[in-house]
Design a protein around this ligand. Structure first.
Ligand SMILES: C[S@@+](CC[C@H](N)C(=O)[O-])C[C@H]1O[C@@H](n2cnc3c(N)ncnc32)[C@H](O)[C@@H]1O
Length: 275
């Protein structure tokens, strides 16, 4: 048997074990990038093969934490791509302001950097008190950390620069306390955020919202899973609701393309049409 075939079989067995043991299903992830991440995880863990990773997963349940952080890529930044947050502030929030209650879904929230960014944006625009943000991810470990709102102090400078570029009205430091090597965001920023587990691969609509932010998540999925998730987003949005995707993600040539109009091409913001 060729070496490549053997590796494919080991990957398949690993994916099945992860689903059987812990319920995480990576079978519909884009194969090339998934394989790269799995190989990197194998190298980092000093395993001699992917089958070795699978054996460790069987005998050591706590190994899941490392596996998830390697495979689900919970990497983010506050006010990541500041021009997107600027567009949300300038063009989207004034529309949302007309609703008596604002419901926002941030899907694939990783460690929460974007959700705290959104909370700050809403607060500065005087809309936070009537807003509810659902921040979801399928990675329970990342969600626990998101709910803490604690980040390395070394990131504070980049976050503060992004915040200003996104049109921040003050200084980001007014929203966190610095302690030793960490910064912790104010508890009051969490008051209208609900952190919850939600798997885009298997779970359905759970709320009707006016804005969905799901950036840098679809790129990891194959076409079938991307289409499922885009239909889920379409069905979760109110008429004229907004969908914001990542810089490398698009609705072009997808089954929901006709259900949306492009609102801001650079910021990848789409608006639900009447279809
Ligand atoms: C690269 S991060 C994106 C973080 C943030 N949205 C951003 O753009 O900075 C991708 C996130 O998607 C989450 N994710 C991957 N597959 C998922 C699934 N099936 N359901 C829900 N979340 C998923 C991962 O756990 C990870 O936290």
């Amino acid at each position: 048997m060729a070496e490549g075939d053997a590796e494919e079989r080991e990957i398949l067995a690993f994916v099945q074990a992860l689903k059987r043991l812990h319920g995480y299903d990576f079978s519909q992830y884009a194969p090339a990038s998934f394989k790269r991440r799995l190989r990197a995880l194998r190298a980092r863990c000093g395993a001699d093969s992917i089958a070795g990773l699978g054996r460790r997963l069987e005998r050591e349940p706590a190994f899941l934490r490392q596996v998830l952080s390697g495979l689900s890529v919970p990497v983010s930044e506050m006010f990541r791509d500041p021009w997107v947050f600027q567009a949300l502030r300038r063009d989207v929030l004034p529309v949302l302001a007309s609703y008596p209650r604002i419901h926002i879904w941030q899907a694939g929230c990783a460690h929460g950097e974007e959700v705290y960014s959104l909370a700050i944006l809403l607060q500065e625009e005087g809309l936070y008190d009537k807003s509810q943000i659902f921040a979801t991810d399928f990675n329970d470990v990342a969600l626990e950390e998101a709910a803490e709102g604690i980040y390395p102090a070394a990131s504070a400078r980049t976050y503060a620069e992004n915040y200003l570029q996104a049109g921040g009205r003050g200084s980001l430091s007014q929203y966190f306390h610095a302690r030793y090597e960490r910064i912790k965001f104010e508890e009051s920023l969490k008051r209208n955020i609900t952190f919850a587990g939600h798997n885009l691969g298997t779970d359905g609509v759970f709320a009707e919202v006016q804005l969905i932010l799901c950036r840098n998540v679809l790129i990891y999925f194959n076409d079938t899973l991307q289409d499922r998730v885009l239909r889920l987003f379409r069905d979760s949005l109110v008429h004229k609701g907004f969908l914001c995707l990542g810089a490398k993600e698009t609705l072009a040539r997808t089954p929901v393309e006709r259900d949306f109009e492009c609102f801001d091409a650079q910021a990848r913001i789409y608006r639900r049409g009447s279809a």
